[in-house]
Design a protein around this ligand. Structure first.
Ligand code: AMP
Ligand code: MG
Length: 522
C-alpha cells in the first residue's frame, strides 16, 4: 500500500507529548501521545469493506494481501507514519470525568484520496498512556457490533464513522459482561474505523479544564482550517460560527437517530464527534417496540439518561459543555446561549417535518404537533414495532377505510390480541385523521409511497440480529456477519430473499443479554 497518500496533519501541527513511554499517566499540555499498537499474536481477517477501502484509496486486491491484515491489526506500521493516541476528557453520565483519552484506540495516520482526508484508527490494538486500569483491547462481540452498525448507519443515511476492517487478534481477552463477578475469556478483535477525524467535544473540554488556552485556540483554529474552511472572519466571530456549525451538525445527526430508532446508549461528551457523526458504538440499540424511555445500556438502567426520547436534550446538554469550553475564546455568554436555545426549537420543527415525511405527508397543518403526539401515544398503548409500523404504512391507499389502514400495520403489534376496545378505538381515530390528511395531499399513493420508502427503512440491525451473528462468529462461522453486512447495504430496498429480517424481535430475545440488555463491557 505504498501508493497511499499519507498525511500527518494532526501530529505535525499540534503539540505532542514529549514522553513516548507507554505508561498510564496524566498527559499535560498536549493533544496526543505517540504510541505503537501491541503486536497481535495471530491476526486473521474476518471481513473488510471494499467500499470503505476504495474510499481511502485501497484496492479490492490489496484487501486480500498479508500487508492489509498486518497493517490493520497493528502488526506492521506503514512507512512515513507514526501512530498516536489522542488526549481528551469528558463528562460521563453527567459527571466530570477528567482525562480519558484514547484508551484503546490508536490512530494510524491520515490518508488523502480524491481530495478527501481520512483518519484511520484501530480500536482494540492495545494499551496507550490513556488506558487507565483497562487493557486497551476489544472483544469480537463488541467489534462485530461496531463494524456492522457503522456501515448500516452509513447506508441508512445517518452521519457516522465508517468501518474498514474487522480482524481477529488471535489473543484472548478477559471480560465480565454483566459486571457480576463472572469474568470469562473472549476472542480479541480489532476494528479499523475511518472518519474525517476522531476529535470529540471532550478534546476541547480537556484544554479548558486545564486552562491550556493557547493550545485551545490553536486547536480550534486547526479544526476550522481543516474541517470547516468555509468559516472566516474575526477570531471571535469565527469561534462562534464554529460552535454553531457543530451544533447544526449534531442536530442533524440526532434527527436521523430519531428517524431510524437508534439509541446510542452512551452519549458522554467524549463520545460526541465535532463532525456531528455517530461515533463509539458500544451498548447501542435499535428501538423495537416504540418506547421513548428505552435504553439498551444496563449501566444506565436506573436514570435512563440516554433513553431514546432524551437524545435531543442530552445533545443540547453536551453542546452546553462544548460552549463552556469555548467560552474563554469568546468571553461572551449570550451568543453561545442563543445557539443553545435555538438547538431545541430548531430540532422540534425539524422533528415535525421528519415525522411528517415518515407519514408521507408533504403539507404541514396547524395541528401537526398534536397529530404526532397522538400517534406517538398510540404507539405506546400496546407494544408496537417502530420499524414495521412506519414501513407498512406503504400498504395503505388513500381510498382505504380506517379499519383497513389499521389492518395494514397489524404486523407491527407484538400482542395483537390487545388491539381491541379503547386501544383499537384510539387507533381508528388516528387513522381516520391520517387518511383525511392523505386525501388532502396532491401526491398520488405511488409518489407518497416512494417518499416513505426512502425514509422508513425496511431493514435495521436489530439487537438480536447482531447477537446471532456474534454467536455464529464465536464458532468461526462468519456467514451471518457477511449476510447482514450485505443486507444492510440496502436498508430501504425490498429484498424478498431476506424477508425473515423484516420481523419483530423473537420472544427468546426479549430479555437475552446482548439483545435487550447490554453493558459497557466491550
Ligand atoms: P467508551 O465508553 O467506550 O467511550 O470509553 C470511555 C473511556 O474508556 C475512553 O477513554 C476509552 O478509551 C476508555 N476505555 C474503554 N474501554 C477500554 C479498554 N478496554 N481499555 C482501555 N481503555 C478503555
Ligand atoms: Mg468513547
Amino acid at each position: 500500500m505504498k501508493h497511499l497518500k499519507i498525511h500527518n496533519r494532526f501530529t505535525t501541527e499540534l503539540p505532542a507529548d514529549p514522553n513516548e513511554t507507554n505508561e498510564t499517566r496524566q498527559v499535560l499540555n498536549t493533544l496526543f501521545s505517540y504510541v505503537k499498537p501491541t503486536t497481535p499474536s495471530d491476526p486473521k481477517l474476518i471481513h473488510a469493506s471494499k467500499e470503505v477501502a476504495e474510499l481511502v484509496g485501497i484496492s479490492a486486491d490489496e484487501i486480500k494481501s498479508e500487508e492489509f491484515v498486518n497493517v490493520f491489526s497493528g502488526k506492521e506500521i506503514l512507512p512515513e507514519t507514526k501512530p498516536y493516541a489522542m488526549c481528551y476528557a469528558g463528562h460521563q453520565f453527567g459527571n466530570w470525568a477528567g482525562q480519558l483519552g484514547d484508551g484503546r484506540a490508536i490512530n494510524l495516520t491520515e490518508v488523502e484520496h480524491n481530495n478527501q482526508y481520512f483518519t484511520l484508527q484501530l480500536k482494540g490494538a492495545g494499551k496507550t498512556p490513556y488506558s487507565r486500569t483497562a487493557d486497551g483491547l476489544a472483544v469480537l462481540r463488541s467489534s462485530i457490533r461496531e463494524y456492522l452498525c457503522a456501515e448500516a448507519m452509513y447506508y441508512l443515511g445517518v452521519p457516522t464513522t465508517r468501518s474498514l476492517s474487522l480482524i481477529l487478534s488471535g489473543d484472548q481477552v478477559l471480560r465480565d459482561i454483566l459486571y457480576n463477578g463472572n469474568p470469562a475469556y473472549e476472542k480479541g478483535a480489532i476494528v479499523c474505523r475511518v472518519a474525517p477525524s476522531f476529535i470529540r467535544f471532550g478534546s476541547f473540554e480537556m484544554l479548558t479544564a486545564r486552562n491550556e488556552l493557547k493550545n485551545l485556540k490553536q486547536f480550534v483554529e486547526y479544526n476550522i482550517k481543516h474541517y470547516f474552511p468555509e468559516i472566516k472572519g474575526e477570531p471571535k466571530e469565527k469561534y462562534l460560527q464554529f460552535f454553531k456549525t457543530v451544533a447544526d451538525k449534531t442536530r442533524e445527526m440526532i434527527l436521523h437517530w430519531q428517524r431510524v430508532g437508534f439509541v446510542h446508549g452512551v452519549m458522554n461528551t467524549d463520545n460526541m464527534s465535532v463532525h456531528g457523526i455517530t461515533i463509539d458504538y458500544g451498548p447501542y440499540g435499535w428501538l423495537e417496540n416504540y418506547d421513548p424511555n428505552w435504553t439498551p445500556n444496563t449501566t444506565d438502567s436506573q436514570n435512563r439518561r440516554y433513553r431514546f426520547g432524551n437524545q435531543p436534550q442530552v445533545a443540547q446538554w453536551n453542546l452546553f459543555q462544548l460552549a463552556n469550553s469555548l467560552y474563554p475564546l469568546i468571553n461572551e455568554a449570550e451568543p453561545l446561549e442563543k445557539i443553545l436555545e435555538s438547538f431545541i426549537t430548531d430540532f422540534n420543527s425539524d422533528y415535525t417535518k421528519m415525522i411528517l415525511s415518515k407519514l408521507g405527508l408533504c403539507t404541514s397543518a396547524e395541528n401537526d404537533a398534536e397529530f404526532i403526539t397522538y400517534l406517538e401515544s398510540n404507539l405506546q398503548l400496546s407494544e408496537t414495532d417502530m420499524t414495521i409500523f412506519y414501513r407498512n404504512l406503504n400498504k395503505i391507499r388513500k381510498s382505504d377505510s380506517a379499519e383497513k389502514a389499521l389492518q395494514a400495520i397489524e404486523d407491527a403489534f407484538y400482542k395483537p390480541e390487545e388491539i381491541k376496545d379503547t386501544i383499537k378505538d384510539n387507533w381508528l381515530l388516528w387513522f381516520t385523521d391520517y387518511l383525511e390528511r392523505l386525501n388532502q395531499e396532491n401526491t398520488s399513493d405511488e409518489e407518497r409511497i416512494k417518499l416513505q420508502n426512502s425514509v422508513n427503512p425496511k431493514y435495521v440491525l436489530r439487537n438480536y440480529m447482531a447477537q446471532l451473528a456474534i454467536d455464529a462468529a464465536d464458532k468461526e462461522d462468519y456467514s451471518l456477519v457477511i449476510e447482514l453486512y450485505e443486507l444492510l447495504k440496502k436498508p430501504y430496498d425490498e429484498q424478498p430473499e431476506s424477508e425473515k429480517w423484516f420481523a419483530k424481535r423473537p420472544d427468546w430475545a426479549r430479555s437475552k443479554v446482548g439483545c435487550s440488555m447490554l453493558s459497557c463491557s466491550s
